[in-house]
Design a protein around this ligand. Structure first.
Ligand code: HPA
Length: 235
């Protein structure tokens, strides 16, 4: 029963899904971490793979970039497939000098000033909480693995290139970092009463202008991938 954007059959998508933004990252995770991974979607190059992690079925589905793309895929996964929980895994720019590059931020809530809510559902929702249950599992798993994870509010923006470098409004609203997809995922999780959250590696600091180098980025990303996989199979 494919949708207009996803060619997978219902049985080919697992109830547990990880969503990186980048299709190449989805391939990398499937190749390196899943057993018997098979390609289940390639429409528009938005790759999805389903396989087993420690004996549990998991799908890795690339979301693409931005609220628009994440809005489409998370809607269809929750509405048209048997998806129960989604963890977005991605990167974010930090608004906090103490939240440094390579740190991992787990979103406990997301803020966005977007028309997505009004256009999708005649609503006006600026802040949405992520799944408390998923977050507890992720924090417990991180503790067991000796990994440091901070929790905080994420700002989802629609513009990557911005002339306004005054981030004080977002900081006053409690936002720790900025990225471009989490709001759409949480909006749809709330709509369909499903579980979702976002694990984000800090790739740049907008206040201190510190940036990540590619070798360490790879290593940190691997840690975050394992944390997400270990957590999603517990749910
Ligand atoms: N802006 C938006 N999205 C991002 C950024 C940023 O500075 N860094 C990583 N994702």
């Amino acid at each position: 029963m494919p949708t207009i954007h996803i060619e997978s059959q219902k049985k080919d998508i697992a109830p547990r899904v990880l969503m990186p933004g980048d299709p190449n990252r989805a391939f990398y995770i499937a190749k390196n971490y899943l057993e018997n991974a098979r390609l289940v979607n390639k429409v528009r190059g938005e790759l999805a793979f389903t396989g087993k992690y420690k004996g549990v079925d998991v799908t890795i589905f690339s979301s693409g970039m931005g609220i628009g793309s994440m809005g489409i895929y998370s809607y269809e996964l929750f509405n048209d497939y048997n998806v129960e929980s989604i963890i977005r895994i991605g990167t974010a720019g930090s608004y906090d000098p103490e939240l440094k590059v390579y740190d991992i931020l787990l979103a406990d809530s997301v803020y966005s000033k977007t028309y997505f809510d009004e256009e999708a559902g005649h609503e006006n929702i600026e802040i949405i909480n992520t799944s408390f249950e998923l977050n507890s599992t992720i924090m417990d798993t991180a503790l067991l693995k000796g990994m440091k994870v901070k929790q905080g509010r994420v700002h989802t923006t629609e513009a990557f290139y911005t002339e306004n470098k005054d981030y004080s409004k977002f900081i006053e609203l409690g936002c720790k970092a900025v990225e471009m997809e989490t709001y759409a995922l949480m909006y749809n999780a709330k709509k369909f009463m499903k579980k979702a959250t976002a694990l984000l590696t800090i790739s740049d600091n907008l206040i201190t202008h510190e940036e990540i180098d590619s070798e360490s980025r790879e290593k940190k990303l691997n840690e975050m991938i394992v944390l997400a996989l270990e957590s999603i199979i517990k749910k």
